[in-house]
Design a protein around this ligand. Structure first.
Ligand code: SF4
Length: 369
């Protein structure tokens, strides 16, 4: 009998192949995904064998991918590869969520306030600017946070009331299961924690929705308790890359806070949110060796932090738009080792209350756990 774990890892390899190469998309109808903005972007969601994955479709690399979305003639979608016949059939493309058809009393479209990510995650960037973004000598080189402001697709600042209104509708109309709040970094010592707390409190007053907040480590650790008390269930603080030289090269401003300061912040946050309710992004493919990523993940797991390893996806319009994505074999090597570490630990993507690791659509790591 086939080992289900082997099958999951095979699926994980296939999905990684699509994530690193992207997929040519001849505008198949459905939720079109998003361009620009914070974090992983320029992609749309596909569901295969019950797993939803975000696949780059709007990047330069995706335009020349050997993989392509095709209609199967029966209302479904296949993915075709370089060889004859489809590499995957019965792929579904999540439809446009119903809440996208609504707007606030002032006429602001709900989709300018928050977007559907993956299959059932509502996500918003509370502050769509960042203290570092305008100065490229300080900005994280992969980030496109202000791009979606330029063409009016989103608001600079989403108020707690606006997010709560959209969250209530997204739960009622589209069965959304969790909310991810992220932010560009404001020029305040709390690093966005205050906005997270205020928004979580407003959302929880209207709807019981698990919430992950994502921000840089606040200067005062008291903010972890304040966010938790306001209704934040889990917290993401993102290292992005780990080797000192790679951090300086790609995060010239943000790397002023070193790895050891992040680990001190992780300990403070885990003391409040609990083991496995704090996570961090690790962007693989920007220069860190597999060994560095795996050793850092081991240390993170030891302190109770989920290492959410994702393949770096170059976003159009950023200084790294032509940087190559990592090789599939490199990703599978890291996923396999980190998956083994997670399986032997007391933390897992499934046990997280909310957040990117729980959603898992930007990484195949959960399939390797
Ligand atoms: S993993 Fe995070 S960024 Fe990716 S689709 Fe899910 S919620 Fe959005």
């Amino acid at each position: 009998m086939a080992d289900p774990r082997t099958d999951r890892r095979e699926l994980g390899r296939q999905l990684t192949e699509w994530q690193v190469h992207g997929v040519v998309d001849p505008a198949i109808p459905g939720n079109q995904g998003r361009r620009g903005g914070a974090g992983p972007s320029d992609h749309r969601a596909l569901t295969i064998e019950g797993t939803t994955v975000m696949v780059p479709v709007y990047t330069a690399v995706a335009a020349t991918s050997p993989y392509q979305l095709c209609r199967d003639g029966q209302g479904g979608v296949d993915v075709e590869g370089p060889g004859p016949g489809p590499v995957a059939t019965a792929v579904s493309v999540p439809g446009e969520p119903r809440f996208y058809g609504l707007e606030t009393a002032e006429g602001i479209p709900y989709r300018s306030i928050a977007l559907l990510h993956g299959r059932d995650v509502l996500a918003t960037t509370l502050l769509q600017t960042c203290i570092r973004f305008r100065d490229r000598s300080q900005a994280c080189q992969f980030c496109a946070i202000e791009q979606s402001l330029d063409d009016g697709r989103t608001l600079v600042r989403k108020t707690p009331e606006q997010v709560a209104e959209v969250a209530e509708a997204a739960v009622r109309l589209d069965g959304v299961k969790q909310l991810v709040l992220t932010t560009g970094t404001p020029a305040s010592d709390d690093r966005g924690a205050r906005m997270m707390a205020e928004t979580a409190a407003a959302v929880k007053q209207r709807v019981a929705l698990p919430i992950q907040a994502q921000c840089e480590p606040p200067a005062d650790p008291a903010w972890y308790r304040r966010m938790r008390d306001a209704g934040v269930d889990s917290l993401g603080m993102h290292l992005e890359v780990v080797e000192p030289e790679v951090r300086r090269r790609h995060l010239p401003g943000k790397s002023e806070l070193g790895l050891e300061q992040y680990f001190a912040a992780f300990s403070d946050a885990v003391a409040v949110f609990g083991r496995g309710q704090v996570s961090t992004y690790l962007l693989a493919g920007l220069g860190d060796s597999a060994d560095s990523l795996i050793r850092c993940s081991e240390r993170l797991i030891e302190v109770g932090v989920y290492p959410f390893v994702v393949p770096f996806v170059p976003i159009a319009g950023t200084p790294l738009e032509h940087h190559p994505a990592p090789a599939t074999d490199f990703m599978v090597e890291v996923y396999s080792a980190v998956g083994d570490l997670l399986r032997r630990s007391d933390i897992s993507s499934e046990a997280m209350a909310a957040g990117c690791a729980k959603c898992g659509a930007c990484s195949a790591l959960p399939l390797f756990e």
